[in-house]
Each structure stands twice: as C-alpha cells, then as structure tokens.
Design a protein around this ligand. Structure first.
Ligand SMILES: Nc1ncnc2c1ncn2[C@@H]1O[C@H](COP(=O)(O)OP(=O)(O)OP(=O)(O)O)[C@@H](O)[C@H]1O
Ligand SMILES: [Mg+2]
Length: 411
C-alpha cells in the first residue's frame, strides 16, 4: 500500500458516493423539462411566437419582472421548442438569444446577427451603418423570420442608447421577404420609461410581467430539480423548505433558492456527510452573502474604495458617531498619502449613498439639536472582510496603516 499524503482524501471520494446524481442540473444554465408555476407565461409566449409557424410575424414582446423570476429560462424554453417544431416542418425561423451584458454595443449586436444569418463581419472596423446594410440585405435574400431576444436589454441601452433598437423596430417596412420580431427582457422595472417613446411603443406590442415566486412555489421548483440532481434520500427533512423560505425573504428569487441548495450540498460533501442537513443550508446562506459582498467590494472604483476606507479607519478610532464631515476629512488625508486627486465633498457624499445602496454602509440622518442635521455613517459589513478585500488594492495598500486618531485629535 502506498502512503501518499492525498490517499485519505482521494479514498473518501472513491468509497463514498457523491451526494449529487447530476450536478449540472442544479446550475443556472440547465434548461429543465418542466418549469413549475410558469405555465401561464409559457403559454403566453408560446401563443405570441407561435404565429411564426403560420407565416405571420409575431408581435414584439416585452417581458419584465424582478431577478430570478424565470424570464430567461422561459424564453429559452419556448424558443428552443419553437425552433425544433419549425425545423420539423421546414420553416425558416432563426432565434438569436443576445445576452446584453456581453453584447452591449450596436456593433456587437449587428455583428452577432450577421454571423447567425451567414454574413460574417469583422469584430470591429466597419462603420455600424454598413454592417446594418449588409445585415438587411443578407436577411432579405430569402423568406425567413428572425426572432431576436434581447436579454437584459437595459445593459445595452445604458451603454449604447436605443439606436439599434430603433432600426430593428423599423426594419420590417424595408424588408420584402424576411421579417424580424423582437423579444425584450429586463429586470429593471423602470427601464421602459427611459426609452424613446417611439421605440417603447413598438417594442411592447405585447407585455408580460413575471411575478416573484412565493415560498411554496420555490419549494416545487427545487423539488423538481432535486429529483434529477440528487440521489434519493440525501436531502433531509426541511432542507428544501428552508432554501425556499430563505430565498423568498427578499423577493421570490429562484436563482437564489437553487444556489442555496447547490452550495448546501457542496458544503455537505466537503464535510464528508452523506446527507444534506438544514445546518448546511444556513452555512450556504452565509457563504453566498459573503461572496456577494466580496464581489461588490472588489469591483468598486478606486475613489469609492477610498471613501469606504475612510469609514473603515474611523470605525477603528474611538469616535462614537461618524459623520460625513469626518469621512471627508479623513478622505482628504488619504488622497494626500496615495497621491490621488480628491473629489468634491458633494461627490464623496454621492459615493457614500452608492455604498449604502449596495448594503456596504449604513447611513442615517440624525438631528444635532441647534446645529441642524447630519448624516451618521457606519459599516454594515464585517470590518475584517472589508480590510482583507480593500487592502488588495494598489492605492489602499499605501494607506493600510493609516490611523485616524491623530487627525481627529487635531481640532
Ligand atoms: N419555474 C422554474 N422552474 C425551474 N427552474 C426555474 C424556474 N424559474 C426559474 N428557474 C431557475 O432559476 C434561475 C433563475 O431564473 P432566470 O435566469 O430565468 O431568471 P431571470 O428572471 O432571467 O432573472 P434575471 O432578471 O436576474 O436575469 C435559473 O437557474 C432557472 O433555471
Ligand atoms: Mg435573466
């Protein structure tokens, strides 16, 4: 027998079976055969897009609803089957699902669509108008229907405006053989108001709102996925309902519920358990929260990190109440040491508000008697975690030992 230092670990993997029957099934990218509690939405989209099978151009459709309510999965589910049925009867229907988080410029949208209809264009370089003309000509070279699904459309709009949307909503009047239909998806409920009125009315010939799931509906969704994803009996009593209840706390987000279940099972495996317990779900919940904060902190712009670092060092001082004035004073010192140009107090306050919206700091307006009102600020994430993440930053590293105490004593 060998006595390799990894034997104990690897032997455990070999001798005890995995909790997961099929890990993939629990990932967001998986499209399950059944989507519980979305019958109405599936039928709605099916009826709207189904007219394509009869040669009618489907109306443009707008889908909105909060995050994790099934907009993307329902669109994929319906268009996938529509494509299958169209192929089986020899109808020329092309579906393009565009994730606007990645495809966020007019050029990228058109280049992707060109690619799909067999008119490849270079990644960059051509004027956008020319790409559009090429796209239009190629598309109209035969009888076909193109359905473009803009997922997270607000991201494209935010970055590049509504030029390409405007062109695509008008394109059918110029086409002789081909037709284009659009499905637009967003989780930003106020987004529609920001669109140009002409674009808005053409995009939302039909609309559907996806409501958040309640906790019982989330249980059904999880139970369905669990049947395929886990070996029988590995989820102990109450695990699914706890995941569902936790995910329903803010709003019924199915992504959150699935993440909780998957991460809980991963933790159970790591702890060498053969079953998933409620305690694993609670650990998963903490871990996911930590990961979310971590991601938010890492990606902050440097000035925002500096403002947050000012809050951090003040929390470490003896100061009982931290005001925006204190923060700005410390912030200016941090700028001096790091060599960064300071922003105005007003701008610093708006960065504080952004941090508050992210849930990283708490702000509260308090009365100071005859001195008027001020905003009291505190950290709402763990100071240790804040320090660990921010100190990875090149500039924050330079002020990692900054002590606010001396500064506060000055006046
Ligand atoms: N009814 C359902 N049945 C099974 N799985 C579902 C259902 N609804 C949502 N899901 C799953 O939940 C996750 C989130 O769903 P989806 O991506 O469709 O949300 P969304 O509404 O597009 O959210 P966002 O606005 O954040 O993009 C996915 O993994 C999806 O598979
Ligand atoms: Mg989505």
């Amino acid at each position: 027998m060998s006595d390799h230092p990894l034997d104990a670990i690897f032997d455990r993997f070999i001798s005890s079976p995995s909790i997961f029957k099929n890990h993939e099934v629990l990932r967001p990218s998986h499209i399950p055969d059944k989507l519980p509690h979305r019958d109405y939405e599936i039928q709605f989209l099916g009826k709207a897009l189904g007219s394509a099978l009869r040669n009618n151009r489907p109306s443009n459709i707008f889908l909105y609803g909060k995050t994790g309510t099934g907009k993307t999965i329902v669109s994929k589910y319906v268009t996938k089957y529509l494509q299958e049925r169209a192929n089986s009867i020899g109808k020329n229907i092309i579906v393009s699902l565009l994730n606007c988080v990645e495809i966020d410029t007019d050029y990228r949208v058109l280049a992707r669509l060109c690619d799909l209809i067999g008119e490849p264009v270079p990644f960059t370089g051509l004027p956008t108008d020319e790409v559009f003309q090429r796209f239009k000509a190629k598309l109209d070279s035969k009888k076909q229907l193109l359905i473009v699904v803009f997922d997270e459309l607000d991201k494209l709009h935010q970055k590049s405006g509504d030029n390409v949307l405007y062109q695509l909503t008008r394109i059918n009047t110029d086409l002789k053989k081909a037709q284009v239909s659009l499905v637009c998806i967003t989780n930003d409920l106020s987004f529609k108001e920001t669109l140009d009125p002409r674009v808005r009315s053409s995009l939302s010939e039909e609309e559907l709102v996806f409501k958040p799931y309640n906790s019982l509906q989330l249980e059904d969704i999880l139970a369905e996925r669990a049947k395929e994803g886990f070996h029988e009996g590995v989820l102990t009593e109450g695990v699914i309902s706890l995941c569902a209840a936790l995910a329903a706390q803010e709003h019924g987000d199915a992504r959150r519920a699935l993440d909780l279940l998957r991460v809980a099972a991963e933790i159970a495996e790591r702890e060498n358990e053969s079953k998933v317990l409620q305690s694993h779900v609670r650990k998963a919940s903490k871990q996911i929260e930590k990961d979310t904060i971590q991601e938010a902190l890492i990606s902050l712009p440097v000035q925002t990190k500096l403002v947050l670092w000012a809050v951090y060092v003040l929390e470490k001082s003896t100061l009982k109440v931290i005001t925006t004035g204190d923060i700005y004073k410390v912030y200016l010192e941090l700028c001096k040491t790091t060599g960064l140009d300071p922003i105005t107090p007003r701008r610093a306050n708006s960065l504080l508000n952004e941090l508050s919206m992210l849930g990283v700091v708490n702000t509260k307006v308090v009365s100071m008697g005859r001195y008027g009102r001020t905003t009291k600020v505190s950290l709402s994430v763990s100071p240790r975690q804040t320090r660990n993440i921010l100190c990875e930053d090149f500039y924050i590293k330079k002020v990692s030992d900054f002590n606010a105490q001396t500064l506060l004593g000055k006046d």
